[in-house]
Design a protein around this ligand. Sequence first.
Ligand SMILES: [Zn+2]
Length: 263
Amino acid sequence: MAHQEIPIDQLLMIKEITPVNILKLHSDPKKVKSLTNNHHQIKITKLTKSNVSGYIKTDFGVFFAKFDIDVGIRCSCGFENGISNSYSGDQFSFEFCDHITALLLHLIGIPDQNFQKYVQDMVPKSVKNQYVLNYLFEKGLILKRDNDTIKCSQFGKLIIRLYLYPVSGVLIRYKLENAAIETYQDVVKEAYEVLKAEVKVRDYKLLQPILEWCDEEPIDDILERNKIIAGDLYTTKDNLERIITFIGIIAVHLSESLLNYLY
Ligand SMILES: [Zn+2]
């Protein structure tokens, strides 16, 4: 079961990935082989539109595992299915524990057509949500409490209050922490990159005109020289103002949390 056997459109999540390919992607092939040969006793205890769960009886005890659209992939063994930093230090690995692997193997193997319809729908959705959770954890927008529930971080709350895409918020934070921003042109350029990431602009055609507008050049000259229409320039300008305001707010938040950390 090599990764290459998974069609690229499924791997990139352009097309819904099938449960069989999810198994290939997130389970150790050796484990899958040994679990296929040594069947664990498995009992499905719940099957709804948003959750499929069951008990897996092994030589080391009975475990409760579930695929859940709301909370992701969970197992009572305590292994964090999906959270990368707990597994062998490899940042990008996302591997299932034996019990989730066994449960998924069992689910795929049930011949009933109607049951398979549930599995085909449920499993990819919970994996996809687990990806989203991974991203939010990794970027510090959400945090885990001691009792295993999830809470929003201060940064996460800020992003929500600003009605900003999480990806844009993370990109702005990255730019503030890593990019050399010294002049107002730098700010405009970095904000333009955020717009590009949000697909609000397609290319860099409007960057130069915007910089000229910032320099208070006559608007008619800018439009004529760059062969653009006023509407495009104003829309981009408004979008940039929004992003630059957010850059300011996030910068204040970052410096405040740094101060809290230091004192
Ligand atoms: Zn487990």
